[in-house]
Design a protein around this ligand. Structure first.
Ligand SMILES: Cc1ncc(COP(=O)(O)O)c(C=O)c1O
Length: 479
C-alpha cells in the first residue's frame, strides 16, 4: 500500500464516519474491498498498525482489531518483523455485498414489515400496547431473573410460563391441562414444526380448510405434507366431505373458534363428527385457536380441545394477537400420552429460544396486565371494527358486501360475482394498501372473490375513512 492508497483510504474514511458500524469493522471492510478489486495484491505489504492509525487518526487498538480479524479470516498474514502482507492465493475473493439476493414472488408473508400498512392482517393495535407496563415488567425481569433460571432451560420452554399458560387456558378456553403438556414455540409455525417432527412424516395426508390460513399451508407444503382441501361453509369445515375425500388422512388442521379467513365457528355437530373421525382413525386434529380472545357478540365458544376425551387434539395458541407478533411466542398443548415423545423431539430443535421474553410474558400474565390489556382491546377492537365497516359501506357499499364476523381482527368483504379479487388486491398493494385476496387463500377457484382487511390499527374513524377512500380509488380504477 503506497501513500496514495493511504490518502484514498483517508478520503473514504472521512466519508464513512456517519456509518453506524464500528470503525474497526469499516476498516476491515475497506481492506476486503481493496483485495477483492485487486487494489491490494497477494503478497503486498500493508502499512504498520502504528502508521495507519496515525494516518487515519484513529486509536492503534482499532487498527489492530481490524488486522486481527483479517488475519483470522485468512486475508492477512503477519510476518513478524517483516510486517503484514496480503495472503497469497486470494485472486477471486468476491466483493462483499456483491451478490444479488434472489427473491421469490410472495402471495402472502408474515413479514418482515416496516411499520403497519393500512388494512394489514394479523397485527394487533400496536398504538394501544401498554408499553409502560411492559417496560416495567421487562426491566424488573431483567434485574431479578433467578440464577436457577439461567442454565439451559427445559426444551419445552420456561416452566413458569408453561404453568401460566396452562392456568390461563383452563379458565379462558375450558382446557384442562398441566404445564407438562404445554410447549412454548417460536410462533404458530414453530408449533406446526414440532408436530410434524414428532407425529408426522413427509408424504402424510392432511385435511386443510378451503379457504384456509395461507402461511400455515405454505409451511405444511414445504414440510412435504399432502394437503387435501376440505370446503368451509356456514358451519365451518365440512367434515363429511373430508371423510369422503380422505378418510384415512393422518391429520386435520382446523380453526374452529373463528375460521381463518371466513370467520365462522365450527358447529357442535361438526366438532363431534371431527373428534369421532379422529378417534376412529387414530388421526390427529391440529386446532389453531389464533384469535379466540376477541369476540364482539355472543359468548366465546370453548376450544375444541375441551371436548377431546380421546386425546386426539393438538391445541395451538399464540401471543401474536394479544401482545405483538415480534415476540414470536406461541404454544402447543399435547395430549398426556404424547408428552414424552414431544419432550424428546423438542430437545432436538431450537424451540422458543431465549427464556428472557418468556419470563417477561410470565410476569406480565401473573401481574394481571395480560387480562387487563385483553379487556381493553376487546372494547377497542369493537370500535375500530365499526370504523372500518362503516367506512366501507359508505364508500364502497355498491361494490363490496362486508360479512359481519363475531370475532377476530379482520373483516371479509365479498365482491360481486365475477370480480377478480387477486387483481384488486395486487392493485391495492401497489398503492400501499395491505389488502389480501380471498382467492389466494383458496385451493379451488371460486367465482366468489373477497378482500380480507385488518382493522386493528385504525385508531380513529377518519383514519379508516382515509384508507377506504384510497381503496375506493383503486377499486374504481380497476376494470
Ligand atoms: C390463522 C392464524 N393462525 C395462527 C396465527 C399465528 O401465527 P404466529 O404465532 O406465527 O404469529 C395467525 C397469525 O396471523 C393466523 O392468522
Amino acid at each position: 500500500m503506497n501513500d496514495q492508497d493511504i490518502t484514498t483510504l483517508q478520503r473514504q474514511w472521512a466519508f464513512s464516519r456517519t456509518s453506524n458500524a464500528p470503525i474497526y469493522l469499516q476498516l476491515y471492510q475497506r481492506f476486503r474491498e481493496a483485495i477483492a478489486t485487486g487494489r491490494l495484491a497477494p503478497g503486498q505489504r500493508v502499512p504498520s498498525v502504528r502508521s495507519l492509525a496515525s494516518a487515519l487518526n484513529v486509536a492503534r487498538g482499532t487498527v489492530e482489531m481490524a488486522y486481527q480479524l483479517l488475519a483470522s479470516e485468512g486475508y492477512f498474514v503477519a510476518r513478524g518483523a517483516a510486517g503484514t502482507v496480503v495472503a497469497a492465493g486470494l485472486a477471486n475473493v468476491p466483493e462483499p455485498g456483491q451478490a444479488a439476493i434472489a427473491r421469490r414472488p410472495q402471495v402472502a408473508s408474515s413479514g418482515p414489515q416496516e411499520g403497519v400498512q393500512p388494512f394489514q392482517l394479523g397485527v394487533p393495535a400496536l398504538d394501544a400496547f401498554p408499553r409502560k407496563a411492559w417496560a416495567r415488567v421487562a426491566g424488573h425481569t431483567l434485574r431479578t431473573v433467578e440464577t436457577a433460571a439461567m442454565p439451559y432451560p427445559h426444551p419445552a420452554g420456561y416452566e413458569p410460563l408453561r404453568r401460566a399458560i396452562a392456568s390461563y387456558l383452563g379458565i379462558s378456553r375450558g382446557i384442562a391441562c398441566t404445564h407438562e403438556q404445554v410447549f412454548v414455540t417460536a410462533g404458530y409455525r414453530g408449533a406446526l414444526d414440532l408436530v410434524c417432527r414428532t407425529l408426522l412424516q413427509p408424504g402424510d395426508t392432511g385435511w386443510y380448510e378451503d379457504p384456509g390460513y395461507i402461511l400455515a399451508r405454505q409451511y405444511l407444503d414445504h414440510a412435504g405434507m399432502r394437503l387435501v382441501p376440505v370446503p368451509v361453509d356456514d358451519e365451518g369445515l365440512h367434515v363429511a366431505t373430508g371423510v369422503r375425500r380422505a378418510a384415512d388422512a393422518r391429520f386435520a388442521v382446523v380453526t374452529p373458534t373463528h375460521q381463518s379467513p371466513m370467520g365462522v365457528a365450527l358447529s357442535l355437530p361438526r366438532r363431534l363428527a371431527l373428534l369421532d373421525w379422529a378417534r376412529s382413525r387414530g388421526s390427529w386434529i391440529i386446532e389453531d385457536d389464533y384469535d379466540s380472545e376477541f369476540r364482539y357478540h355472543g359468548r366465546p365458544l370453548p376450544a375444541l380441545k375441551s371436548l377431546d376425551a380421546d386425546g386426539r387434539v393438538l391445541y395451538t395458541g399464540t401471543f401474536s394477537k394479544v401482545l405483538f407478533p415480534g415476540l414470536r411466542l406461541a404454544y402447543l398443548v399435547v395430549p398426556p400420552s404424547q408428552v414424552e415423545k414431544f419432550d424428546a423431539a423438542a430437545d432436538l430443535v431450537p424451540g422458543a429460544g431465549s427464556i428472557m421474553p418468556q419470563a417477561m410474558v410470565t410476569a406480565f400474565m401473573e401481574q394481571g396486565h395480560f387480562s387487563r390489556h385483553l379487556r381493553k382491546m376487546r372494547a377497542l377492537y369493537a370500535a375500530r371494527r365499526g370504523y372500518l365497516v362503516n367506512a366501507l359501506s359508505q364508500a364502497l357499499g355498491d361494490r363490496l358486501h362486508v360479512q359481519a364476523q363475531a370475532g377476530g381482527i379482520h373483516v371479509l368483504a365479498h365482491l360481486r360475482a365475477g370480480e377478480d379479487d387477486r387483481r384488486l388486491a395486487r392493485a391495492a398493494k401497489a398503492a400501499g394498501l395491505a389488502v389480501n385476496a380471498l382467492g389466494d387463500w383458496r385451493f379451488a377457484e371460486s367465482p366468489r372473490g373477497g378482500l380480507l382487511m385488518g382493522f386493528a390499527n385504525f385508531a380513529t374513524a377518519s383514519e379508516a375513512a382515509v384508507a377506504v377512500q384510497r381503496l375506493e380509488a383503486v377499486v374504481r380504477g380497476v376494470r
